[in-house]
Write a protein that binds this ligand. Structure first.
Ligand code: PHE
Length: 447
C-alpha cells in the first residue's frame, strides 16, 4: 500500500525571523502604500482617515492576519491544503478563491509593474517626456505594455523558482531595506520643496465630519485589508514556512506597523511634489493616472533633479510591486507543489505562464484592468477574509493555542482579544463590507 506523501510536514522553511518579516512586509507594501493610501487619506478626511485606518488595521486587520498565521503554521500546507485540513472538503472553494484572487491580482499587478519599469528607465536614460499624458497612453497599454508585463512576470518567476529561502527570503532581505532607504530619502527631499506645507495640510488636515461618515470607515477598512495582503491566502502560505518557535503576535504587529509607516511616508513624499508644482487639481481624476501622469510631469518640470528623484521614486515603486508579486505567485505555486506534487520549478513556471497569459487582457485594455481590480481586490479579497474569519473563528480547534506557541504570557490578553474579534466582530463587519463591495461591483459591470 502506498502512503500519501505528507508535504505539510517536510516543507521548506524561512531561514530567519527577519527574512519572514521582510517577506511579509514586502507583500504588504505595494501600490496600495505608495499611492492608494495617501490618495484615500487626502480624499477621505485627512488625519481622520489616517486615524480610522490605524484603528481598523489593529482592531481587525492584525487579528485577521493572526487568523491566517494560525491556520498556515498549524496546517503547514498551501492555502488550499490548509483550509481543507482545518475545515474539511467543504472548504476547498475558499482555497480555490485564494488561487483565483491571487492569480487575477498578479496578472494586472504585473502590467502596472511593467509601467514602473518603463518609468524608472525613462528617468535614468532619457528623462521624462514633457507631455506626460501622451507618454502614459503609449506605455500603459498595447504592445509595449504586453512586453513589459511579460518581463515583470519573468522577474517574479525568477525569484520564486529559487524557493522560500534562496528566492523569496533573499530577495526580500535586499529589496525591502532598499525601498525604505529610497522612501526616506525622498521624504526628506520633499520636505524642502516650496509646496511642502500646503501638501502636508491637504494630506493630513482632519475633517471632523468625516470621522463619523460610514463611507470613510468602510474605505479605511477595505484599505486595511488590501494593504495588509490578507484575504488571498498569502499570509497562510508564508506562515506555513515558519518554524514553531516564532511569536506570531509580535511578527504581525511589526508587519502592520511597517506597512502603515511606508504608506504614511509615501504621503509625505507625494503631496509636497504635487503641491510644489500646482498639480493638485489633477489628482482627483484617477488613481493610476495621478501616479503615472501627475508625478512624471512634476519630475519633468524639475529638470535634472527630477530625473534623479523620478528614478528613485519609480525604483521604489518597482521594488514594492515585485515583492508583492512574489507573494501572489507563491500562493498558486505552493498549491501546485502541495496538492499536485509538482516540483517547485514546474509549479512556478506553470503558475507564471497562467499569469502571463491572463495579463495580456489588462495589458490591452485599461477598462479590463479596472474591472479585474474591482473584482479581485475589492470583492474577492473581502469575501476571502470573511471565509477565513468564519473558518478560523468557528471551525478551527483552538487557534489561540497556535498563537500561544513562542509567545510570552504578556501576549495572553491580545491573543484572547484577537480570538474574540475574529469570532464575533469580523464576520458581521466583513459580511457588510462584502455586500457593499458586491453592489459596487455590479454597478461597475452594468454601468
Ligand atoms: N498589499 C499590497 C499593497 O498595499 C497590495 C497587494 C494586494 C499585494 C494583494 C498582494 C496582494 O499595495
Amino acid at each position: 500500500m502506498s502512503v500519501a506523501p505528507e508535504p505539510g510536514i517536510k516543507r521548506e522553511l524561512f531561514g530567519s525571523r527577519m527574512g519572514f518579516v521582510l517577506a511579509a512586509v514586502g507583500s504588504a507594501v505595494g501600490l496600495g502604500n505608495m499611492w492608494r493610501f495617501p490618495y484615500q487619506a487626502a480624499e477621505g478626511g485627512g488625519a481622520a482617515f489616517v486615524a480610522a485606518y490605524v484603528l481598523m488595521v489593529f482592531v481587525i486587520g492584525v487579528p485577521m492576519m493572526l487568523a491566517e498565521f494560525a491556520a498556515g503554521r498549524s496546517a503547514r500546507r498551501s492555502a488550499l491544503g490548509a483550509v481543507r485540513r482545518i475545515g474539511g472538503a467543504r472548504w476547498i472553494p475558499l482555497g480555490l478563491l485564494f488561487v483565483a484572487t491571487s492569480t487575477i491580482i498578479l496578472s494586472y499587478l504585473s502590467v502596472i509593474t511593467g509601467w514602473a519599469i518603463q518609468y524608472a528607465t525613462d528617468a535614468m536614460f532619457v528623462g521624462y517626456a514633457a507631455d506626460a499624458g501622451a507618454r502614459y497612453a503609449e506605455v500603459a497599454s498595447g504592445g509595449p505594455a504586453i512586453a513589459l508585463h511579460l518581463l515583470s512576470v519573468a522577474i517574479t518567476v525568477g525569484i520564486v523558482v529559487f524557493g522560500v529561502r534562496r528566492g523569496i527570503e533573499k530577495a526580500s532581505l535586499v529589496l525591502m531595506p532598499t525601498l525604505f532607504l529610497l522612501l526616506i530619502g525622498l521624504a526628506v527631499w520633499a520636505s524642502t520643496l516650496p509646496g511642502a506645507g500646503r501638501g502636508y495640510a491637504f494630506y493630513l488636515t482632519p475633517s471632523l465630519s468625516d470621522v463619523l461618515d460610514p463611507a470613510v470607515l468602510q474605505g479605511a477598512t477595505a484599505q486595511a485589508f488590501y494593504s495588509l495582503s490578507v484575504g488571498m491566502g498569502i499570509m497562510i502560505t508564508y506562515s506555513s514556512y515558519l518554524p514553531k518557535e516564532t511569536n506570531l503576535n509580535r511578527e504581525a504587529s511589526i508587519i502592520a506597523l511597517s506597512d502603515f509607516s511606508v504608506a504614511f511616508i509615501a504621503g509625505l513624499v507625494v503631496f509636497p511634489i504635487v503641491f510644489a508644482l500646482g498639480l493638485s487639481e489633477q489628482i482627483g481624476d484617477s488613481t493610476m493616472g495621478a501616479l503615472f501622469i501627475s508625478l512624471p510631469s512634476a519630475f519633468s518640470e524639475m529638470g535634472a533633479v527630477g530625473r534623479w528623484v523620478g528614478s528613485a521614486f519609480f525604483l521604489a515603486l518597482l521594488v514594492a510591486a515585485i515583492t508583492s508579486a512574489v507573494s501572489l505567485l507563491e500562493v498558486s505555486a505552493a498549491v501546485l507543489i502541495d496538492q499536485l506534487g509538482l516540483t517547485r520549478k514546474v509549479a512556478t513556471v506553470v503558475s507564471g505562464v497562467g499569469v502571463a497569459a491572463l495579463g495580456v487582457i489588462p495589458a490591452l485594455s485599461l477598462d479590463a484592468l479596472a474591472i479585474m481590480d474591482q473584482l479581485a481586490a475589492e470583492l474577492f479579497t473581502v469575501v476571502g477574509v470573511l471565509g477565513v474569519a468564519v473558518l478560523v473563528g468557528w471551525f478551527m480547534k483552538n487557534p489561540e493555542d497556535e498563537l500561544r506557541i513562542g509567545a510570552s504570557p504578556v501576549f495572553e490578553r491580545s491573543i484572547r482579544a484577537a480570538r474574540f474579534l475574529v469570532r464575533y466582530v469580523a464576520p458581521p463587519l466583513l459580511a457588510w463590507i462584502s455586500w457593499v463591495a458586491l453592489r459596487q461591483t455590479i454597478t461597475l459591470l452594468t454601468g
